[in-house]
Design a protein around this ligand. Structure first.
Ligand SMILES: NC(=O)c1ccc[n+]([C@@H]2O[C@H](COP(=O)([O-])OP(=O)(O)OC[C@H]3O[C@@H](n4cnc5c(N)ncnc54)[C@H](OP(=O)(O)O)[C@@H]3O)[C@@H](O)[C@H]2O)c1
Length: 324
């Protein structure tokens, strides 16, 4: 079978397609034929060898996807060949087949397109935990959603709206403005203008929460946009990592809260994983959550997909399709 391999750490050029023996399921595992693999920033960090994401080469990137079970470990009772499943946070998914821990995959509802499932599972559960658990948005809350036309941003905007929050979304402009508005954002502005809009919308009080996946370029203004006891939810670093923060800034900003959450801690047990994935898939099935697939690529173009994501050229979700 074909996989994408990173033979060493480095730029996109280190990724190449290679032939590997198809995996066999170990105890507690299933082997899945990958219909679509999600492309995520964490794949780029892994390739660059950044922080927690570092893996010794050679490595097969990818931690998200959806597909069809083709083999089942002897002790796996609740999955069968032919089942449709999705996963996030495991697997070397830039591949035609992948072995996965059976208790960490989730069933894809009957009739749901596997590309849609792959596009929604990681970013959908991320948006879900950010606005239901990290800072549970209440009716009337003023929220800032940075990169509102991005993969997480489009889903988070829709989920904040369904909870009754007001969304001030940021984008770099162009078609991204229209996409963020279609997702339900009440205001869409550039990164220089969001503090003024928050001021107007809150009569000078400030935002209840800032959801920041952009990081270095937006963090300071985000802290300044919060009301006393507001929460900065720093969940990513598309523009680079935020440098170390002096805790006294939270004091002078008005007893602010700062958290740096990660999905894995919000799907730590099977019940929580099933609950988040189940709600996301249910909303999609009912037509209440729109999932935008911004680009699809064959395995041989994995490098281009990662470059497009990092190069800010994309909206919604990027997928690798091993069948292309
Ligand atoms: N903590 C978690 O659990 C978790 C889970 C998933 C993702 N994440 C993180 O969330 C962030 C967003 O992920 P995503 O997959 O949804 O990506 P994305 O938002 O689709 O893409 C990143 C977007 O950030 C904006 N951006 C602003 N400044 C940028 C810069 N200097 N360079 C590149 N992009 C810039 C761009 O939108 P504009 O052109 O509109 O500015 C770009 O399209 C990433 O940092 C990712 O690692 C975290």
């Amino acid at each position: 079978m074909r996989v994408v391999v990173g033979e060493r750490m480095g730029g996109p050029e280190v990724l190449a397609v290679a032939e590997r023996e198809a995996p066999r399921p170990g105890p507690g595992e299933v082997v899945v034929e990958v219909a679509a693999a999600g492309v995520n920033y964490m794949d780029i960090y892994q390739r660059e060898g950044v922080g927690n994401y570092r893996t010794d080469p050679p490595f097969v990137p990818g931690a998200e996807g959806a597909g069809t079970v083709v083999a089942v470990g002897s002790d796996v009772k609740d999955l069968s060949v032919g089942d449709h499943v999705a996963w996030a946070g495991q697997g070397s998914s830039y591949a035609e087949q992948v072995a996965l821990a059976a208790n960490r995959v989730v069933p894809v509802p009957d009739g749901m397109n596997l590309q849609v499932a792959a596009a929604a599972i990681l970013q959908g559960m991320t948006a879900h935990y950010l606005c239901t658990s990290t800072y549970p948005v209440r009716e009337g809350d003023i929220t800032v959603v940075h990169a509102a036309a991005g993969g997480v941003g489009l889903l988070l905007t829709q989920m904040v709206k369904r909870r009754g929050g007001l969304v001030v979304g940021t984008t770099s402009g162009g078609e991204k403005v229209e996409l963020a508005l279609q997702a339900g954002a009440d205001h869409v502005v550039g990164y220089d203008g969001f503090r003024d809009i928050v001021d107007e919308a809150s009569d000078g009080a400030g935002a209840h929460v800032v959801y920041d996946g952009v990081g270095k370029d937006t963090f300071d203004d985000g802290l300044a946009a919060l009301r006393p006891r507001g929460m900065m939810v720093l969940y990513g670093a598309a523009s680079g990592q935020v440098p170390p923060v002096d805790p006294q800034r939270l004091n002078s900003g008005g007893s602010l809260f700062l958290t740096r959450p990660t999905l894995v801690h919000y799907i730590a047990d099977r019940t929580e994983l099933r609950w988040r994935a189940g709600e996301v898939f249910d909303w999609i099935t009912k037509g209440e959550l729109d999932v935008r697939i911004g680009g699809t690529y064959p395995l041989s173009e994995a490098a281009r997909a990662q470059e497009d994501l990092a190069g800010r050229r994309t909206t919604g979700k990027l997928l690798l399709l091993p069948g292309l």
